[in-house]
Design a protein around this ligand. Structure first.
Ligand code: 13P
Length: 251
């Protein structure tokens, strides 16, 4: 069975002390998770949270972004090497908030994926449509073109490291979750598109996470869908008990 993952995206929340308390509480409560558990902390927290979860099997830390260049005069930016040196295993790339507020486009994201892979990070590549695209019923082709533009230059070997997160923008932070049928439909379509490009074996092995108002109540139904391999969790990842319930909802 392909790998399952529950990744928390803390976004711009928590002080280091609060983040440590949260990560420790989760680490203590999680028993034998059925997949990888990832804390996408603010960059300032990575090292200390990484230390705090050391020794707990299946727990990892992730950057929420990295710059597309290896290093240089990019004030305020964080490189893939820096994330690696802080102990990160994963990096979230192309979150819709980065696309929207920081004008990250498909081409830039392709470069971020490249540098992340080159430095040994596992990209959690986000895709997903805004509400108007969903209402027009063109979400499948919209998401397929996001994948094509930022990932399809990768070789099969490179692509086999990628984790996809499908996050419909209309469901992020809105309390409005995609139904399990909507999530399954899109995940199935994503896997079909990946199979068309990289073949069925690679597509079958690619974890595809759902994100967007996934919470302790709806996680089990979402994760129960055959093509949903876990979740990328925003708000509910900031509450230890809720996050643990979500982790325990993995199949
Ligand atoms: P919410 O779970 O708060 O809707 O956020 C989802 C998300 O953006 C995770 O990356």
């Amino acid at each position: 069975m392909r790998q399952q993952i529950v990744a928390g995206n803390w976004k711009m929340n928590t002080t280091i002390a609060e983040g440590l308390e949260l990560a420790r509480a989760v680490a203590e409560k999680v028993q034998n998770p059925r997949g990888a558990v990832v804390f996408g902390t603010p960059a300032t927290h990575l090292e200390s949270v990484g230390q705090a979860i050391k020794g707990y099997e299946h727990l990892y830390i992730a950057g929420q972004n990295c710059h597309q260049e290896a290093k240089g005069a990019y004030t305020g930016e964080i490189s893939a090497d820096m994330l690696v040196s802080a102990g990160a295993t994963y990096v979230i790339i192309g979150h819709s908030e980065r696309r929207q507020y920081f004008k990250e486009d498909n081409e830039m994201l392709a470069k971020k994926v490249d540098i992340a892979l080159q430095k040994g990070l596992i990209p959690i590549f986000c895709c997903g449509e805004p509400l108007e695209i969903r209402e027009e019923d063109t979400h499948v082709s919209y998401v397929s073109s996001q994948l094509e533009a930022s990932l399809y230059h990768l070789t099969e070997e490179q692509f086999s490291k990628i984790v996809i997160a499908y996050e419909p923008i209309w469901a992020i932070g809105t309390g409005k979750t995609a139904s399990s049928a909507q999530a399954q439909e899109m995940h199935f379509e994503i896997r079909k598109a990946l199979a068309g490009k990289y073949g069925a074996t690679v597509a079958d092995a690619t974890p595809i996470l759902y994100g967007g108002s996934c919470n302790a109540t709806n996680a089990a139904e979402l994760f129960g869908q055959p093509d949903v391999d876990g979740g990328l969790i925003g708000g509910a990842s900031l509450k230890a008990d809720d996050f643990v319930t979500i982790i325990n909802a993995l199949k």
